[in-house]
Design a protein around this ligand. Structure first.
Ligand code: NIG
Ligand code: FE
Length: 406
């Protein structure tokens, strides 16, 4: 067992309580081992049995739960910097997609990439994320879009689970777009997903969730329903890319199919908010994607004030969010989504863990939870997110083990 002493500000981010309730403790200590946290609270209340333990000095800095990035498209080949320039000059995401760019262009490169190439690149991204304080990452497929290449991507995630320290959760996004070769045969592609891909994914236990991009340029509500029905039968809980570029009824569908989360939501309306709240769907905000697509960001205040919990993720991908910088997305959640730093901190930890079904195991600094935490060189969350710096994370611990030190 070990102890972290001299914590100036401990943000416990408990599962219970309101979105802004991070249950802070000043002058705190943390006691943990590789299995779990044994104590998280005020120095004066450390149980006597733990007082003599070997201690790590936090130097009066802030300790927070390890960050949980609950929406990424981690494994892809190539980049799309050319499109970035086109978008700056005024072309829209949809126009670029219709001209054969966008997801279809990454699709081509990802199909050409070998398993080993995708693995090495993804592992490299994760190694960078660790330095920023990230300890759990959700990873989607969706740039293979045929049986072989979707499985290749998901097997990369399965391999990553074994060979690096972060917790990886994988999601099958075979319904990202209809791939070009099925353009005139949409129903056949959906049949391939439902009859072949999803059953194989379930059989090999390659994913926990099944995602669909519900959008005019991707899949209709009715098509998504069919995919989710099969996914649910196979034990793959729904997740959605919803109401990102238009209000396409994604939020209502998320509620209808019992999705664990609905993500993006720039165009969500009041009915969508109410439906998600009633069904217990977590809203995931992706401010980096709004920023890189020149879109009006989600007003997350509206959601939080209606009582809908909001999680945060990077949406890391080569098109709409070419950055895995989670603390950057946290600052943007404040400035673009109008969330307070305390709300953002819970959105990045316990609520994000809820969006991927891991909230009983991690995401908060409470007795019995995994000892995933980081030491941040800041006085408190307000100061940290407002005085944005490249990286304020000094040490990252995963399951009680130091995996990064600045
Ligand atoms: O989450 N919305 C759909 N999918 C991605 C974009 C992927 C891409 O452009 O390559 C997203 O924004
Ligand atoms: Fe996405």
């Amino acid at each position: 067992m070990k102890r972290v002493s001299n914590i100036g500000y401990l943000a416990r981010c408990p599962a219970n309580g309101a979105q802004e309730d991070i249950a802070p403790v000043l002058d705190a200590e943390l006691v943990f081992d590789e299995r779990e946290i044994h104590f998280a609270g005020s120095r004066g209340e450390v149980p006597t049995a733990f007082r003599g333990l070997e201690s790590i000095d936090a130097g009066g800095k802030m300790v927070i739960p390890g960050l949980v990035d609950c929406h990424t498209h981690l494994a892809f080949a190539g980049w799309r910097a050319d499109e970035f320039k086109l978008k700056i000059l005024g072309r829209s995401y949809l126009e670029i997609a219709k001209a054969g760019g966008g997801i279809a262009s990454t699709l081509k490169k990802t199909r050409e990439a070998t398993f080993e190439e995708l693995l090495a690149r993804s592992e490299g991204f994760l190694a960078e994320m660790i330095k920023l304080g990230v300890t759990t990452v959700e990873c989607k497929s969706g740039y293979g879009l045929n049986l072989e290449d979707e499985l290749k991507t998901l097997r990369v995630y399965a391999e990553l689970k074994k060979r690096q320290p972060l917790t990886i959760v994988s999601t099958v996004l075979g319904a990202h777009i209809v791939p070009p070769e099925y353009k005139e045969r949409r129903a056949e592609y959906i049949k391939l997903l439902v009859d072949d891909l999803l059953p194989q994914v379930a059989k090999e236990r390659l994913a926990d969730f099944c995602d669909v991009f519900v959008e005019e340029s991707a899949f209709s509500v009715e098509e998504a329903r069919q995919i989710f029905k099969r996914g649910t039968e196979l034990g793959l809980r729904p997740k959605l890319h919803a109401d990102q570029l238009s209000n396409g009824g994604g939020a209502a569908l998320a509620a209808e199919v019992g999705a664990i989360s609905a993500d993006h939501l720039e165009f969500i309306d009041d009915a969508g908010i109410e439906a998600m709240k009633a069904a217990g769907v977590i809203a995931v905000t992706l401010p980096l994607a709004s920023l890189f697509t020149w879109q009006k960001p989600l007003n997350a205040r509206r959601l939080i004030e209606s009582g809908l919990p909001v999680a945060l993720a990077t949406d890391f991908n080569p098109g709409s969010s070419p950055s895995f910088h989670y603390p950057l997305s946290m600052m943007l959640a404040c400035t673009l989504n109008r969330m307070t730093p305390a709300e953002v901190l819970k959105a990045s930890t316990i609520i994000s863990a809820r969006a991927i079904g891991l909230d009983s195991k991690l995401g908060s600094l409470e007795k019995g939870k995994a000892a995933d935490f980081c030491i941040i060189d800041a006085k408190d969350p307000d100061t940290w997110m407002y005085n944005f710096r490249g990286n304020a994370c000094e040490r990252t611990f995963k399951n009680g083990v130091l995996i990064y030190e600045a």
